[in-house]
Design a protein around this ligand. Sequence first.
Ligand code: FAD
Length: 432
Amino acid sequence: IAPSAIRSYRISVLTRRQFLKLASVLPVSHWPSLGRARTSTTVAVVGGGFGGATCAKYLRKLDPSLRVVLITPHSRFVTCPFSNAAIIGLRPIGSLTQNYASLTRKHGVTVIHAEAKELDPIQNRVLLSNGTVVAYEKLVLSPGIDINTQAIRGYTRGATRVFPHAWIAGQETEALRTRLHAMKDGGLVVISVPPTPYRCPPGPYERASLFAYYLKLHKPKSKVLILDANNTFTKDDLFLAAWKELYPEMVEWVPLSEGGEVIEVDAAKGVVRTHFDEYKPALGNIIPPQNASQIARVAGLDAGTGWCSVNPATFESLVHKSVYVIGDAALANPMPKSAFSANSQAKVCAAAIVAALRGRSQNDSLLLNTCYSLVTPDYGISIPAAYRGNAGQLRVVPQSAITSPADAPASYRALEATYAKAWYSNIVADTF
Ligand code: FAD
């Protein structure tokens, strides 16, 4: 937090162009020299992914008199959901690319393409990378994750070119796709899984499954080795049974207890090391540990833990009042860090903000999530759950978490794959 830095952005030091930009996003009352009445209450939302875009839209739906300013760096957003399918060529990466035109045109959200650089939760202001200051009554942060490059020895920024993680969709998704398709038959693919919590708990195992599906068709002498920093994983009985049935000999899972944790990479030699072994894969997909994106951490919202604690009934930060954190950056156990969770939390958060602005409190929340995973394009498995947030705790609603049956016929798996694709279309439509 550097309020002094923000305070130095007085009107007197602005150029005319900067001033006009500023005037377009600031409630007038924050600038006494303008001396005019404020027109509307501003809610600023940082991050235009699943949590932020949903929250901005639903704030305007719940209260059209609000001025909602969505701050996000790029005019396009590539979704992680279905990026595993795109990597193996089941769909073009372009089909995962979303934009903000409908949020602006249909829902009246003001979108600014810039990065939030500093927060001033005392004076309720955000300083942006383009020099603009946005003043707010309420602030929502949904900035997603940062990759913790310190957690694995040798995993420098340069090493990501040799061992792309593709855990933030975009260029790395393209890079991993190119590398997989260029790989010679008979090569070893290593996928490393970080310790929980991390974005999308079933994601690495879906990736291993779809890579195996692709390799079985095109490079059948190849192998997928999963080096895991955990001993169990979500839907593990279903994934393990599917691998045994569909990809025997091709997929191998090494849990933490058998030395699965990757502790070092040597990008120059192309080598991956665990506590006991060393591998030289043809393709190394290293997914490192993660934490809440930097803007949440520099503001101290994570209290030094890497993730931001929140009141689960509202998603208001436990560190700063009037600041809300949703999506992957929030500590919302037992909800997984997923797009569905971020979308659900965004709606609860939007309702809580509107209630608070009207002087009412929100003491209870009901949240939903379903994680679908594809084992092949026609073989889907899922785990749904409902969550209740009150009295400072988030709990699974009893009887709501029921995974796909272990003994389901192929027609059931095919139906779940269809549901997974329909889920993607629906969530994208609801968010953007
Ligand atoms: P994001 O969606 O990542 O959005 C964060 C946004 O904030 C980004 O646009 C970023 O650029 C922006 N930002 C960051 N810092 C700043 C700043 N300082 N200023 C302004 N903007 C900033 N989830 C599912 O539910 N189903 C799935 O099938 C699924 N599949 C997945 C597959 C893979 C391979 C992966 C990696 C993830 C998958 N997920 C899935 C998880 C899902 O992608 C995330 O949980 C979800 O994107 C989290 O939403 P978010 O809003 O927290 O972050």
